[in-house]
Design a protein around this ligand. Structure first.
Ligand code: TRP
Ligand code: SF4
Length: 523
């Protein structure tokens, strides 16, 4: 989500740097969910953390949202399965969570819009209030939490979330989430949380519990059936997404992989075996492991380390006359004996059963994955798919630095009086030049302008042409900051007035919705 200033240690270490579309500073990027969430260099996120570029899936997305079209949503992890499910009318889900630590602001609106867009595209939509996290990690009282939670929910509904189709919940009142959190907690230990989140001996237990609770949130949409699920968040939440993806795998009954003989091999060793198998005649030949060893000793296989070649040779040599044959292997990870039996039974065609795995000779990897998941679900497992995520850029604060809830002038709350919203925009810093002449000559720097961001992220709505017009006029020197801010300020005033009217209209809808609005908890 959006930074929520000044809570965690070191929160301000990069407060003066601004996220920029072009990358900007090339410091190391810290992804800390409870720290500063200013991300200095989005490019680094691709290189260091393996977040993929959104542009590369964009052409496949049906009716892409304007935040996607304008590059505000800049990255993703494994979003393709969700896109495919939406395009084919198959089950998919979207879920995000909000820590009710202050007023919802225009940064949260992006996430509300992302959830709502996915809901309109046919996904099961979930929005949750992360009240356990707010209580544990930020020390809010339940009374404060209740007040803010209500404000988040009203804005979400006012923007178009359908509470009858979708699900709203708060962590503290969702027994299924807490039960799942407990199960997931059995798959992670303290050292791991220490490495991921920097927890230490002083970290309180409830804070750690809020981590497994978030893991459970992320997997919750799959409790009724496994399905592609997207978690729209800011990149500061990526550590949570990665851990959730790992835990989803650790819960699985079986691991499916390719294999070539009875023994186990690493990915690299398998590349060597695949190469040997094909070079020696593949399906049509009766290739033996020792022949493959001889081949691999003398030939070079591209992209494989020599140590992997050596170990592959050794394994193949040890297997001697055993045939080298590609197969699909189901390795037992968490399965009960009964589930393993059921799996063996369910495999069609030639198969070979071992102590801890079973090899299938007539199943592709994809078919095997499907089968493994089905058997798992039928035998009391979850069959989780790894959750996907999409990441949006953080908005620059109106005063230049980062947008922070604790600096009112830096952000616009969805609850701000429309006149105050107008005034804040008028007082914003810009990417303008020193003088009007210079601006006419050189053009403004829209890419560095918080006001331009307001146009692109919010005020232009779905109207790409308008956003582009503002941009072109700015950089072309045809737009001066005074008028530009006036126009933006008027639009902001209208947006806030309209949004707040809608909030009033949905009050009844919220009262009827299936979510606890007042916590019975003390302090
Ligand atoms: N940790 C998130 C935040 O700081 C809130 C959150 C809780 C969340 N559970 C979630 C976000 C599940 C996405 C998905 O804002
Ligand atoms: Fe920003 Fe508008 Fe000025 Fe351009 S003209 S720098 S977009 S305020």
């Amino acid at each position: 989500m959006i930074p929520d200033g000044g809570s965690a240690a070191g929160a301000d270490s990069s407060a003066s740097k601004t996220p920029r579309a072009d990358g900007g500073a090339v410091d190391d990027v810290a992804l800390d969910p409870w720290g500063s969430a200013t991300i200095d260099d989005y490019r680094k996120l691709f290189e260091q953390f393996g977040i993929e570029e959104f542009d590369e899936v964009l052409p496949e997305v049906p009716n892409p949202h304007y935040l996607m079209r304008r590059g505000v949503i800049f990255g993703h992890r494994d979003y393709r399965p969700v896109v495919e499910a939406l395009a084919n009318d198959e089950p998919a889900a979207v879920l995000s969570g909000f820590m009710p630590t202050g007023d919802p602001h225009i940064g949260h609106k992006m996430v509300f819009d992302e959830i709502i867009w996915h809901q309109k595209q046919g996904a099961d939509a979930y929005a949750l209030i992360a009240d356990l996290e707010a209580h544990a990690a930020r020390g809010l009282t339940w009374e404060e939490i209740d007040e803010h939670a209500r404000d988040y929910l009203l804005s979400l509904l006012a923007l178009g979330f359908d509470p009858e189709e979708g699900e709203l919940y708060r962590q503290s009142a969702n027994r299924e989430v807490q039960d799942l959190a407990f199960e997931l907690g059995a798959k992670a230990n303290f050292s791991e949380l220490q490495a991921i989140y920097g927890f230490d001996g002083e970290t309180d237990v409830s804070h750690m519990q809020s981590v497994v609770t978030q893991m459970a949130d992320i997997l919750y949409p799959q409790l009724d059936e496994p399905k592609p699920t997207v978690i729209p968040v800011g990149p500061d939440q990526d550590p949570h997404v990665r851990l959730a993806r790992d835990l989803a795998v650790r819960m699985r009954f079986f691991k499916v992989s390719e294999a070539f003989a009875s023994f186990e091999a690493t990915d690299q060793e398998r590349v060597v075996m695949r190469a040997a198998y094909e070079a020696l005649g593949g399906d049509d030949a009766d290739v033996r492991c020792e022949e493959a060893a001889d081949w691999a000793r003398t030939e070079t296989v591209e992209g494989v380390a020599t140590t992997a070649v050596d170990s592959a040779v050794k394994k193949l040599q040890n297997a001697g006359k055993e045939p080298l044959r590609p197969r699909t292997r189901f390795f037992v990870r968490n399965a009960t004996d009964a589930a393993f039996e059921a799996l063996i039974e369910a495999i069609d065609g030639e198969k070979r059963v071992f102590e801890e795995h079973v090899d299938a000779f007539d199943l592709s990897i994809a078919e095997a994955e499907e089968l493994a998941r089905q058997v798992e679900v039928d035998n009391g497992g979850y069959g989780f798919r790894m959750p996907s995520s999409i990441y949006h850029r953080f908005m620059t604060g109106l005063t230049g630095g980062k947008m922070s809830s604790s600096v009112p002038a830096s952000h616009i709350s969805l609850l701000d009086d429309p006149e105050d919203g107008y005034d804040k925009v008028k007082a914003a810093t810009t990417g303008g030049r020193e003088t009007a002449e210079e601006q006419r000559e050189l053009g403004g720097e829209a890419d560095k302008c918080p006001v331009y961001e307001l146009y692109a992220y919010l005020l232009s709505g779905d109207d790409d042409e308008f956003a582009k017009l503002v941009y072109d006029e700015c950089v072309g020197g045809d737009r001066l900051c005074g008028d530009c801010k006036e126009q933006a300020a008027v639009l902001m005033r209208e947006f806030l007035a309209d949004h707040q009217e809608k909030r009033e209209e949905v009050a009844d809808l919220l009262a009827e919705a299936d979510i606890e609005l007042e916590s019975p908890r003390r302090r």
